[in-house]
Write a protein that binds this ligand. Sequence first.
Ligand code: NDP
Length: 328
Amino acid sequence: MGTFKAIRIDKAEKGTTAALAQFDEADLMEGDVTVAVEWSTLNYKDGLAVTGKAPVVRRFPMIAGIDFAGTVEQSSHPAWKAGDKVVCTGWGLGETHLGAYAEKARVKGDWLVRLPDGLSARDAMAIGTAGFTAMLAVLALEKQGLSPKSGPIVVTGAAGGVGSVATAVLGKLGYHVIASTGRLSEAPYLKSLGAAEVIDRNELSGPAKPLAKERWAGGVDSVGSTTLANLLAMTKYGGAIAACGLAAGMDLPASVAPFILRGVCLLGIDSVMCPMAPRKAAWERLARDLDRSKLSEITHEITLGQVIETASNILAGQIRGRIVVKIV
Ligand code: NDP
């Protein structure tokens, strides 16, 4: 057994440290599949883990990185054999289980999804956890009965990872997408992805009234806090908001009025422990409903060696779209 390159997080006297280092293959954790990792991504949670700004990492030493795509090297799991192309997101990767910013990962075969036809390993990670989460939100809205005929859909944090993919997918599906952003300079980008309207996020960030003028049938929210409260107060009768993020805060200063007077639904979205059936369905839908040309417009590539210096930029809301990390 040899060593491989990885971004290693260690506990320090104060907080944590992150460094590109050699990791011993013998120290990989339990799992029945070993994967040669080819691509990963930088998600908001990765930014928190690498900078140590929030206690994402719960085991030391840790290899950071919450998602990867690559090729199976060795497997004792019945579903997988050497050479299979796989994608893995969540399940505690980079939090409790050695993660994705590494040339090798050992995981449970039950965590893996076969790369859908038409998606390369790089495409899968250009989508990554953020894009996968955006698709889970779209599927949740559809399950709730929403369609383009229901009315506009608002997407908050639209220029970020979840927001960019949600805007592109909903636009392609024929929805009238209202993209909310703090970066109005990104309006041409958002329109090119599929937004019909771009609004200033300040319109949605103040304290929310119990009910306000009905503006949309549904929404995909990465922001939380007063923004989510405003989204709910402005949702049309019978509409639904899929809540997936907390970029502005974890609180929700809302009233029950939208639920009990307008029958509005709040749909919770979790990508980490998402069961296998909706996981596979979301990846299949991403292969079908996300234009590859839009995906390349969203994506910026960095190397494994650039992850640490880029991690703080995502927390500062400075990243547009998605960052894909070339591992080898
Ligand atoms: P990004 O940083 O790429 O996008 C977040 C966007 O939110 C920013 O680009 C910005 O968009 C907006 N934003 C940032 N700060 C604020 C603020 N203070 N007030 C209002 N808007 C703000 O992150 P991701 O897209 O990767 O993740 C988005 C959120 O979703 C995060 O909170 C993340 O933790 C969560 N998430 C949850 C998952 C789940 O399983 N539920 C999975 C993946 C992500 P703009 O400049 O356009 O305003």
